[in-house]
Ligand binder design. Sequence first.
Ligand code: 26Q
Length: 859
Amino acid sequence: MNDKTKAGGGVSDELNPGFLTGREDRRTGLGVDALKRALLDKLVYVQARFPQVATRHDCFVALAQAVRDRLLQRWVQTARTYRDRGSRTVCYMSAEFLIGPQLGNNLINLGIYDTTRQAMKELGLDLEVLLDQEQEPGLGNGGLGRLAACYLDSLATLEIPAIGYGIRYEFGIFTQAIRDGWQVELTDKWLRAGSPWLIHRPNIAFEIKLGGHTEHHYEALGNRRLRVQWVPGKLVRGTAWDMPVLGFGVNTPNRLRLWSAEAPESFDFAAFNAGNYFQAVDAQICSETITKVLYPNDETEAGQQLRLEQQYFFVSCSLQDMIRLQLQREQNLDHFDEKFVVQLNDTHPSIAVAELMRLLVDEYGMEWDQAWSITRRTFAYTNHTLLPEALEKWRLDLFRRVLPRHYEIICEINERFLDEVRIHFPFDHDRLRRMSLIDEDGARYVRMAHLAVVGSFAVNGVAALHSELLKSDVLRDFHEMWPEKFSNKTNGVTPRRFVLLANPAMSGLIDEVIGKGWVTDMPRLRELERHADDAAFRAEWRRVKASNKLRLMREIGRSTVVDIDPETMFDVQVKRIHEYKRQHLNLLHIVSLYKRLKDDPNLDVAPRTVIFGGKAAPGYAMAKLMIRLITAVADLIGRDPAMRGKLQVVFYPNYNVKNAHAIFPAADLSEQISLAGKEASGTGNMKFQMNGALTIGTLDGANVEIREQVGEENFFLFGMDVPQVKELRRTGYRPRAWYEANPHLREVIDLIAGGFFTRGDRDIFRPLVDNLLNHDEYMLLADFQSYIDCQERVSTSYLDSERWTRMSILNVARSGFFSSDRAIREYCEQIWKVQPVRIELSELTGEDLVFRRAIAQAD
Ligand code: 26Q
């Protein structure tokens, strides 16, 4: 620190950032000139680059840094206001935050997208080119991670004090490439060039214990309370990396705080002094592995020790951080649950229940009962899955080895909990066995969903149907015991990223007819309904869709050799590849259509381009085989000249948030075809709807509510509903009987099985075909004919383009319910009990500019 900023003194004028004086300068100004100066300033003084030699990437970084200054200005004020008010804070704990590229979104939320484009133009730069430089921060697998990111956007937009707590993975979700038709995984090095949005806080650091054993002894004095000491086998240090998340049109940037693991000391000096330098460095490398890589599994339980360590690591860092903040405000932790509410994004962070107990009881000496009552008032749990195999559980031996103290705490919680159950339901042994936190049937497991329910005051599903199924099936016993804990919070998505940023053409058209307010008040889109009957408006609507289709055509042309035909219907299925999502049902329709077009070249159907995108978990062989089947069918149809202008199939590699921006606005048809009762909600379905695609779907997840909103006449429904699925399963489902009874289905499957798409090779798809004929867990064959018939209705409707356009407009007009703002308002009012805190952008006062008295000694 130089003498001009000495502790206790004022800040000299030349060091005074512009926002302290109200001057619009290169640090804070939002005009064209200020932005131009800021970019040049960052280029030269931060990156040491001269404009003439700067690359596009240099310019992207400089612009991002300029934008970051504007966020930090608001951040400082936000932190000050939250501190002064002592507001209750929502902590959204999630192992995944699939935030997507930040620059475009920040420009939108700051309200300077067009100004920045102009500023860049005046510098001879193209904003779109700079935006394209940003790496995707792939810190999530799919829906659950993206939901967390949409919720951060809405929390900030609604001015709710909130922190997102997660993991700074060095390698995010893998990059997918297609080689010879198969998926290959490449490592994702999103941090190779650093991220301009992440701010390291090396002084916000906590020690995390792992392994070892516990020691129990009575305190020497006083009431001779039993104290437990956890003697760890290893220590890891977590440090904080912060990313500002700005709300739309407000001055609230909330904090996304991601933890990164490192060794507690840079060297193990004992090992070093003993001459074992390599062992010492090895220990450091081992610690860092904890946050190295995101597990690329979606809906599957891997049971890996490292995964458990990741979960515990980030949860413990986060809770210790919250405790630190609470002790800055108050003398003790008695009111912890009044100042914080923690939302558990699935069970991945649910070890937090035991960890908060450990911290309160072991580290802060609180009595068990008080600690338990605080814990139970702090947590709320969202479930995101109905697949039984996706319910997280940990082998007891593994769990105990990694977290010996948590094992004891969970046993104690369980004993007390089972006592409660006995009082509620006397003499019901089977129920005790079902509800126990420990699964004792065969190999013993800790059931994380049970821990989450027992330790939370609220439990919710993510769509109306899903929440009902939680109550009736997955968590039935718990619902019978505590019905008041359960509620539904239907998911939502942010219209800032998925409409305003992704679809500027449609957004502009909407602005013209109903004004701009809709983007923070999505139900206002209803005002579009009356324009659906206006032929001129419909023509404009089609023009917008056509231009979006051209854009997607160009994007797909950049990463494949395929030229797709923008004159055809774009029929799109983008999501993780999974059997329950039934991408192979879509393929059965494609093969069916192909066969019919070959048999009758004059068949009157809408010309289609079927676009697939999505990653398969690297260890999920069947999902990878589904990709191979898509590429095989795409190849053969692509090589058949008779299909030109009629049918085309493409697999668009490496589906992620970044390329999603071009996909949703271009879609005509949205495929949401999971077996009823399997998809918790889906959120892609909402993004399609908001961009004017019509849905073909089952009565599953949020499709049910989408159909309610748009009206059954504007939704293509097919397939069995949940009661029908249950009934078919109960009476015995024999897929081969469906195959034998339907000649057309037989033709389709025989083409695949007979090697038609693989140059006569009948082996490649055998596992997939055998599975369909003998097991067909997700009942494709039972829904096949209904799907084909429904696609026929889609085709007919598409050929009547005036009618289709009307339906498209009505879909957008009725999409307001699916804004994440609505969802977050429901969480705030019904679960979190938190209020907005308005942030004013004011100049700092003289008092603000006086440093803490202790600063000179402390730092
Ligand atoms: C578990 C154990 C080990 C490694 C990884 C995992 C793991 C990781 C991610 C398990 C599940 C997930 C992700 C689940 C997910 O994305 N679920 C989706 O959540 C969305 C948001 O609520 C819903 O819309 C989708 O229906 C649901 O599938």
